[in-house]
Design a protein around this ligand. Sequence first.
Ligand SMILES: *[C@@H]1O[C@H](CO)[C@@H](O)[C@H](O)[C@H]1NC(C)=O
Ligand SMILES: *[C@@H]1O[C@H](CO)[C@@H](O)[C@H](O)[C@H]1NC(C)=O
Ligand SMILES: *[C@@H]1O[C@H](CO)[C@@H](O)[C@H](O)[C@H]1NC(C)=O
Ligand SMILES: *[C@@H]1O[C@H](CO)[C@@H](O)[C@H](O)[C@H]1NC(C)=O
Ligand SMILES: *[C@@H]1O[C@H](CO)[C@@H](O)[C@H](O)[C@H]1NC(C)=O
Ligand SMILES: *[C@@H]1O[C@H](CO)[C@@H](O)[C@H](O)[C@H]1NC(C)=O
Length: 441
Amino acid sequence: MKIPQLLCTFLFFLLFISSISIAKKSLRHYPLLLPVFKDEITGQYLTQIYQRTPLVPVKVTVDLGGRFLWVDCENDYISSSYKNVPCGSTPCKLSGSQGCYGSSRPIPPRPGCNNHTCSHIPYNPINSTSTDGELAQDIMALWSTNYNDSKIGHLLSSASGVMFSCCEDFLLQELAYGVKGMAGLGNGYTGLPSQLARAFRLPRKFAICLSANTKSNGVILFGEGRSVYASNDALTYTPLLKNHVSTAGAYYPGEPSVEYFIGVKKILVNGKIVPINSKLLAINKTNGVGGTKISTVVPYGTMETSIYKAFKQEFLKAIDKVPIAEPIRPFELCFNLLNLGTLTGLIIPQVSLVLQDDQNNTTWDLSVDNFMASPVDSSDLLCLGFLDGGKFPRTSIVLGGLQIEENLLEFDLVKKRVGFKSLYQSSLLKCSNKFSFTSKA
Ligand SMILES: *[C@@H]1O[C@H](CO)[C@@H](O)[C@H](O)[C@H]1NC(C)=O
Ligand SMILES: *[C@@H]1O[C@H](CO)[C@@H](O)[C@H](O)[C@H]1NC(C)=O
Ligand SMILES: *[C@@H]1O[C@H](CO)[C@@H](O)[C@H](O)[C@H]1NC(C)=O
Ligand SMILES: *[C@@H]1O[C@H](CO)[C@@H](O)[C@H](O)[C@H]1NC(C)=O
Ligand SMILES: *[C@@H]1O[C@H](CO)[C@@H](O)[C@H](O)[C@H]1NC(C)=O
Ligand SMILES: *[C@@H]1O[C@H](CO)[C@@H](O)[C@H](O)[C@H]1NC(C)=O
């Protein structure tokens, strides 16, 4: 019995040593980049990953709170490096899967259709549709960067496979034209940030900076990407909160949410506290209901009905000189700027979120562009960029695309915090200014 024990000790020792050298290497690693474009028609944030052997570009919608990458395997999936994840294997267990595909009749194996394969639940939150998909892995490549001159380098391929879910094409419903899946950046083992950190030896963090302009790209930077845009102390941080109950459309019993929840303590309009039931702001430990999350799959933020009503009321009180207009869908509160004489006289109230902090509460003063929107077909209107989320939403407050555009957000999965900085006030720096893909698109 002694020999196996010794062997184990020796193996652990080896692992320990090798993980140190990995950590050293990661310090020298530049962040890897995905360009992000806002689709003009759907408002979805799209990126293009490179996957398979030979590498092909695959257009996907960015889902900040998605479990993993999922792609359509029913059409044109050709790759010599595709591998299914077997049932009961370590990656299968760590993915949280509780499903296994089997077949008693012989089936010709192909991507998405192998016997004895770990299955998971890909989810399309835009269409609210879930299905079952084969868990697989394949080579993935991203753009390398260089901090100093902000140059985009070459495509860097993963040495090993990156896990994803291989599913049928009906799950693509409601996604933008040409899109073949969704890139899930969720905070779990199978989320792209953790997987890419393992595959490329990067620190387990990523930065996201979405461009408000459909003509120029924003970015997602995996690894130490924040410093490309801002110094450490220029960001304001708030803890990432754990929600122990999955917020996906379908999930395995006991599966936690991989979405990014933060602690909004108060909403302020011109410094005045919006009166809301604070119970709604907390995440219920039993059923995961409540709280505040950040999402890239809703274009405008939402608030539970009673919060929305109270917020709207405070907002109307603060803006009382501006005539209210017939709202244009999807907005619920619009103002008419047509007969206002001069726009300089228009004073939009300040909207702020008081956020949980370890010691002090921090205040996120939203830029006007992060809560007011101009409808595409009416330049005379200015509308409130928050919508009524209904009476019984899963999550009380959702900060959507409008709320985070032109903000640098740094998600640090090790320190369990998110840092943010608005780039709207900066005349030079916008999300699109550092790495431009416009000439290539
Ligand atoms: C599928 O895998 C199971 C378990 O390994 C095995 O019993 C079964 O025979 C396989 N089916 C086919 C068609 O190979
Ligand atoms: C999902 O898409 C299908 C087809 O476009 C549509 O019929 C269905 O209503 C959509 N569901 C939701 C929840 O949007
Ligand atoms: C980037 O610039 C810093 C400071 O100028 C320098 O110390 C560092 O070596 C540079 N890195 C590369 C890869 O050029
Ligand atoms: C949390 O949800 C459970 C189950 O729905 C409910 O019984 C409980 O009262 C809720 N807790 C709070 C603090 O709202
Ligand atoms: C909290 O606020 C106090 C007073 O403004 C300040 O001295 C302290 O450094 C702050 N602590 C943190 C962690 O920001
Ligand atoms: C932070 O906000 C919460 C909720 O409003 C409050 O109970 C707490 O006292 C505040 N903490 C500090 C240090 O201001």
